[in-house]
Design a protein around this ligand. Structure first.
Ligand code: ZN
Length: 212
């Protein structure tokens, strides 16, 4: 595997879609194990097996889990092509309102929302589409919003060595809205910063750009 600094010379176009779910990559044995367990849940709930709507549900749920948890499959990590910062751009690059869907580790129900991501380049820059690739890679697994935020930031730091990174994630958690305390519409906001974003002025610039 090439070092990040050499990736600019490799084929950038094909690697862009590497985390897209491909049903042909599903591990048949793993699929069968999950199918059997979901079938056990259907039986434990005492559901009517003659209901035509339950036919194949066990396998559909298993396939769906493997799709939603595709980020933990070996080889799922996105190849992030970086480019030299030839313009010596030294201000913030921001991508806002990037949608994502993830699954809460505690309840296996969705949490979903938007991420706002920014970095101040060092010697390398990345294509903006990579922000959503990285987000998706870490979202497609049983996850905590706090951990998702940190993992995205850490990935960008490791691959880009930027002068600063800031990520804000706003999400709705169905485990909060559908059950338990039942707070429909409540937004959970998390943020993580590195480097120059410790400076208040840069954080405020980020937040100003968010308000527009
Ligand atoms: Zn939960």
């Amino acid at each position: 595997m090439a070092e990040p600094s050499q990736l600019g010379e490799l084929e950038p176009i094909q690697t862009d879609r590497v985390t897209d779910f491909d049903p042909r990559r599903v591990d048949a044995k793993q699929l069968q194990i999950i199918t059997d367990h979901v079938s056990g849940i259907i039986d434990a709930l005492g559901l009517d097996r003659t209901d035509p709507n339950l036919v194949g549900t066990d396998q559909r749920v298993a396939e769906m889990y493997l799709e939603m948890f595709d980020g933990i499959r070996s080889g799922a990590e996105p190849h992030v092509t970086t480019f030299p910062n030839e313009e010596n751009y030294e201000h913030m690059v921001m991508e806002r309102d990037i949608p994502f869907y993830s699954m809460c580790s505690h309840h296996f129900v969705p949490f979903y929302g938007h991420a706002h991501m920014a970095y101040v380049p060092g010697e390398r820059i990345i294509g903006l589409s990579k922000f959503s690739r990285v987000l998706e890679f870490y979202a497609k697994r049983p996850q905590l919003q706090e951990r998702l935020t940190e993992q995205v930031v850490n990935f960008l730091v490791a691959k880009l060595a930027p002068k600063g990174v800031m990520v804000v994630i706003e999400a709705r958690h169905l485990c909060v809205e559908m059950r338990g305390v039942k707070k429909p519409g409540a937004l959970t906001v998390t943020s993580a910063i590195r480097g120059q974003f410790h400076k208040r002025a840069l954080r405020e610039e980020f937040l100003d750009l968010l308000k527009r």
